[in-house]
Every structure is written in structure tokens, then in C-alpha cells.
Ligand binder design. Structure first.
Ligand SMILES: Nc1ncnc2c1ncn2[C@@H]1O[C@H](COP(=O)(O)OP(=O)(O)OP(=O)(O)O)[C@@H](O)[C@H]1O
Length: 251
């Protein structure tokens, strides 16, 4: 698979006797949004955890920009540009939205946090942070404390913080979970804007969102990548319809 930014080869993970990632080989190409769908318990989160570095695979490889990152910890993968939204830097409740985003930019660049220096004096990092807040429509809330954000805005902040870290590949695990219909629509618009610039691996249960956004979709069932293809191919594949989407699926 040439031209892949992120790739797994026969990735395998067991929890005791349970095979949760069953020799999965998938890839994310530059600029594409690749969605992973599958029933509850199919192993989607376990797979993304092995990509981010939160879990170590039992066998197989994770390649990022052609290099093995399989054994690297989370922060080293993040520094190379493989980043999971919301997990790299936690949100500080008593910091403003801008300060949290500057902090994320700082961490990504490997700068140590210096308590004696005002965070917002770092003009280069503030510029990166403001751009990320602009993209995620949070600029108007830049001076608001994180603790005062509504739930949907908080998820936007997590995404802004990930963007401030200037990733190449973004790993997103159910970014619309818990959101209102209106908030979800906002995230779909945002991801439409981001794809192309960033390569995105998305796990999402909202099939309307997945089919509106994905360039490619992989269907995971019992830990196995059953099928990968374009939304049209997935929609029209009889096996996928039978095992996952259901014959009545209107997608
Ligand atoms: N740390 C763990 N130890 C043991 N079993 C686990 C662990 N984490 C997940 N599992 C099991 O692995 C299987 C896959 O879980 P996973 O959360 O990856 O699925 P998922 O596709 O993300 O599910 P959902 O769509 O419900 O979020 C499930 O049967 C789950 O119970």
C-alpha cells in the first residue's frame, strides 16, 4: 500500500481468550477521511487505542509515514503528528479556551511549560492556537474559562487543542457522541472542512455522518476488517448489508 500515511499490517490484540483485533490491515492515505464502522464490541476503540499508542498490539505493525511506531508511547507518536483528539492534553478547567489551546500547541512542539512566563506571551504559539480556534468556530469563546463551556463547545475545544498540535493524522473516536442534532451537524461541517488538509481516521456510530464524510469506510466485525471500500461500495455490498447495515438500512 504505497502512499499511506498511516497503515496497520496484520495488527492483532487479545484480551485473555477474546480476539479483539483480528489481523487487521488498513491504511489512511494523505488527506482522506477513513471511517471505521461496526457493531458494538466489534473492536473499534481497541483498534484506535493501538494506533494512538494507548494499547500495545500483541502482533502486527503500525506504520506512520512509512516508519514503525508500533512500540512508541503516545507522546512520541503525537510529536510525529499522529494524534488522537482529546487524549494528548487534558483540558484545564481554570484556564481559558485560548490558554488551553496554547498549552496544547506548546506540548506538541516539545516546549517545557515555564510557570514564570505568561503563556500568552508566546506569540507564535498564540497564533497557532487562534487559528485552531478559528477553524473550530471557538474564537469568540477564546477568553472563556474551560469550566464555563457547554458540552458541545468542550468537544470543539478538544478538537481545537488537537489541531493546535499540528497533526498529520487525526484519530477521532466518536466525536459526535452525546451531542445534540444541531451540534453534530456542526461537527460534520467542521470535519468536511478539515479533511483534505488533515488525514482522519474516524470511528462513528452516526451512519448519516459517516456516509456524508468518509472517502473510504472499513467495516469491523468481531475484530476483523470485513470490508473496505467507498461509501457506495459499502452501501451496495450484500455481505455488509446482511451483517451490519441490515437489509432495511437506508444509507
Ligand atoms: N481492557 C479490556 N479488557 C478486556 N476486554 C476488553 C477491554 N477493552 C475492551 N474489551 C472487550 O473487547 C471487545 C471490543 O471492545 P471495543 O470497545 O474495542 O469495541 P467497540 O467496537 O469500540 O465498541 P462500541 O461501539 O460499543 O464502543 C468488547 O468485547 C469489550 O468488552
Amino acid at each position: 500500500m504505497t502512499g499511506s500515511l498511516l497503515q496497520t499490517t496484520t495488527l492483532t490484540k487479545r484480551f485473555g481468550g477474546l480476539l479483539v483485533t483480528d489481523s487487521v490491515s488498513i491504511d489512511v492515505r494523505p488527506g482522506e477521511l477513513h471511517a471505521i464502522i461496526g457493531p458494538n464490541g466489534a473492536g473499534k476503540t481497541t483498534l484506535i487505542n493501538q494506533l494512538s499508542g494507548e494499547l500495545q498490539a500483541d502482533a502486527g505493525e503500525v506504520l506512520f509515514s512509512g516508519q514503525r511506531v508500533t512500540a512508541l508511547p503516545i507522546h512520541q507518536r503525537a510529536r510525529r503528528g499522529l494524534l488522537r483528539s482529546y487524549q494528548i492534553t487534558s483540558v484545564f478547567e481554570d484556564f481559558t479556551v485560548l490558554e488551553n489551546t496554547v498549552f496544547a500547541a506548546m506540548g506538541a512542539k516539545g516546549h517545557a511549560f515555564q510557570f514564570w512566563k505568561p503563556m500568552l506571551a508566546r506569540e507564535d504559539l498564540v497564533a497557532i492556537a487562534r487559528e485552531a480556534l478559528g477553524v473550530t468556530n471557538l474564537l469568540a469563546r477564546a477568553d472563556t474559562l474551560a469550566s464555563e463551556l457547554a458540552y458541545g463547545e468542550r468537544r470543539q475545544l478538544e478538537l481545537a487543542m488537537a489541531l493546535a498540535a499540528q497533526p498529520q493524522v487525526l484519530l477521532l473516536d466518536e466525536p459526535m457522541a452525546g451531542m445534540s442534532v444541531q451540534e453534530s451537524a456542526g461537527v460534520v461541517q467542521l470535519l468536511k472542512k478539515l479533511k483534505g488538509t488533515y488525514s482522519i481516521l474516524l470511528i462513528e456510530h452516526d451512519m448519516d455522518a459517516v456516509f456524508a464524510l468518509a472517502d473510504r469506510i472499513t467495516v469491523l466485525v468481531y475484530g476483523k476488517a470485513l470490508f473496505s471500500g467507498t461509501p457506495d461500495q459499502i452501501r451496495n455490498d450484500p455481505e455488509v448489508r446482511a451483517v451490519y447495515l441490515g437489509d432495511e438500512a437506508k444509507v
